[in-house]
Design a protein around this ligand. Structure first.
Ligand code: KIV
Ligand code: ZN
Length: 529
């Protein structure tokens, strides 16, 4: 076990595993690597890179993250089976600091209905799985799934056996987000009091946010002796999500007087990580979200603004700079050049490759020609829209729409599909419907539109529209985002973005072996049909 100071709380980021497995949050390999590098730069202690047995895509992602990351521990998830654990170990072969995280449900409800196993057999599976994992990896973490609803005597017995078998981290999940802080803190205290060998392991917690208590529960656990917290950027994750990394880290930093613990996270990287996740997943951050929401450091009321001007501490408990939100120094306009543009992107926390930066610059020039003032928010929306578009099979080219009260509404659309530009006309009940019908004509698919949402990026009638589109196919959902001063163009971009994500998702969930190739063809068929 790695020993660090007693007040160090390890940050275990599971954005790439629990975060990525939540509806609409899928990422491709390149995106996962970008996230992993960002997390490593940020100082995250452990990166859970995926669930290698789940699919070829997950296996490859864990393997590539393991090859790429040097400083953080790279972790792969496995159920309590030899096959899962072998696959995780194989994916982690090139990791400098590998960790296998194995889990099994221990609550009465899960054992009876989900596993259909007797407690004695679950207990034996804990010992067998950890023993096997320890033969393959020195660093093994064990989780009793649904731990917060597990009988205490049984939980203590399993934890003691897990440590004896070689687990050096015991992670207690509040899988369904059911616990409240006093109860969850007491659960950690109970384990520390009752499990005789508990000092040989780090206690970790993994809280879901179904009641909005994930961060509060995690902090209560830390106050009671937990020294690892599992969390995700922007709090993404199954259902209502996981504890948000930025909230945990900033709470520990800001309230050090009451929570005297430290993390290794460089908090100035928080905004960059948050923007990256939101750009990649298409999950917009709600404006009033703690730490990373657009309004988190905005002051609207006269009384607050007056106080801020006299002394920022009157209404700010942490500085925007401490989370990487720099007060703007560079103003952008149509005369700004490449260099200033790249500097501005850096200031906003974006680190784009040459091609993506060039694409973004072209779109910025176009926007600056159409819009008098280009605000930071405009650039963020524009870059969000550009990130990850290089490998897209379907690209937006042009759109002309006839709208208004006289009807009929008509969309004339051009898309580039696998390198060939094609155009089509379609009618609809309104201009958005006509635009989406045109997309469906060029790219036939069975996915259903689940969400269509528009918001203005800034004030003013020339503001850019940022559109989110959610598509659902065979129980899988994806989000797409698009922005443009023209709401219909933004809508078309968002729909096309969602379709590209759907194709990636289809490919990634293909079974191992030659079938993966046939899945590619299915996507191809859908595009060119
Ligand atoms: O929520 C949960 O219980 C999990 C475990 C696999 C740790 O994600
Ligand atoms: Zn979870």
């Amino acid at each position: 076990m790695t020993r660090t100071s007693a007040d160090h709380v390890r940050i275990f980021d599971t954005t790439l595993r629990d975060g990525e497995q939540s509806p609409g949050c899928s990422m491709n390999l390149g995106e996962k690597l970008r996230v992993a590098r960002t997390l490593e730069d940020m100082g995250v202690d452990i990166i859970e890179a995926g669930f290698p047995i789940a699919s070829n895509g997950d296996f490859e992602a864990v393997s590539e993250v393991a090859r790429t990351v040097a400083n953080s521990i790279v972790c792969g998830l496995a159920r309590a089976s030899r096959k899962d654990i072998d696959r995780a170990s194989e994916a982690l072969r090139h990791a400098r600091r590998p960790r296998i995280h194995t889990f099994i449900s221990t609550s009465p409800l899960h054992m009876k209905y989900k596993l259909q196993m007797e407690p004695a057999d679950v207990h034996q599976a804990v010992i067998d799985s950890i023993t096997h994992a320890r033969n393959l990896c020195d660093d093994v973490e064990w989780s009793p799934e649904d731990g917060s609803r597990t009988d205490h005597d049984f939980l203590c017995r399993c934890v003691e056996s897990a440590i004896k078998a070689g687990a050096s981290t015991i992670n207690v999940p509040d899988t369904v987000g059911y616990a409240v802080p006093s109860e969850f803190g007491a659960l950690i205290a109970m384990l520390r009091n009752r499990v005789p060998n508990i000092d040989k392991a780090v206690i970790s917690v993994h809280c879901h946010n179904d009641l909005g208590l994930a961060v509060a529960n995690s902090l209560a656990a830390v106050a009671n002796g937990a020294r690892q917290v599992e969390c995700t950027i922007n709090g993404i994750g199954e259902r209502a999500g996981n504890a948000a990394l930025e909230e945990i880290v900033m709470a520990l930093r800001t309230r050090h007087d009451l929570l005297p613990y430290k993390t290794g996270v460089k908090t100035e990287h928080i905004m960059k990580a948050s923007r990256l996740i939101s750009a990649i997943t298409g999950f917009a951050v709600q404006p009033n979200k703690a730490i990373v929401g657009a309004n988190a450091f905005a002051h609207e009321s006269g009384i607050h603004q007056d106080g801020m001007l006299k002394n920022a501490a009157t209404y700010e408990i942490m500085t925007p700079e401490s989370v990487g939100l720099n007060r703007s120094t560079l103003v952008m306009g149509k005369h700004s050049g490449r260099h200033a543009f790249k500097e501005k992107l850096k200031e906003l926390g974006f680190d784009l490759g040459d091609n993506a930066a060039e694409d973004a610059f072209r779109r910025f020039k176009d926007l600056a020609d159409r819009k008098k003032e280009v605000f930071d928010e405009d650039l963020i929306a524009l870059v969000d829209d550009t990130v990850g578009s290089a490998n897209d099979r379907v690209k937006f080219v042009a759109l002309q729409v006839v709208a208004g009260s006289k009807g009929p509404q008509l969309a004339d659309l051009e898309l580039e599909i696998d390198g060939t530009v094609r155009d089509v006309q379609a009618r609809g009940t309104g201009p958005v419907d006509a635009t989406f019908n045109a997309i469906k004509k060029l790219v036939p698919h069975t996915a259903k539109l689940q969400l269509y949402q528009v918001h203005a990026v800034t004030a003013g009638t020339d503001a850019q529209a940022e559109v989110t589109v959610r598509l659902e196919e065979d129980g899988k959902t994806v989000n797409g985002q698009g922005s443009d001063p023209d709401t219909l163009v933004a809508s078309a971009r968002a729909y096309v973005n969602a379709l590209n994500r759907l194709f990636t998702k289809r490919q990634r969930s293909a079974p191992p072996g030659p079938a993966a190739e046939s899945a590619k063809n299915v996507a191809k068929g859908a595009v060119s049909a």
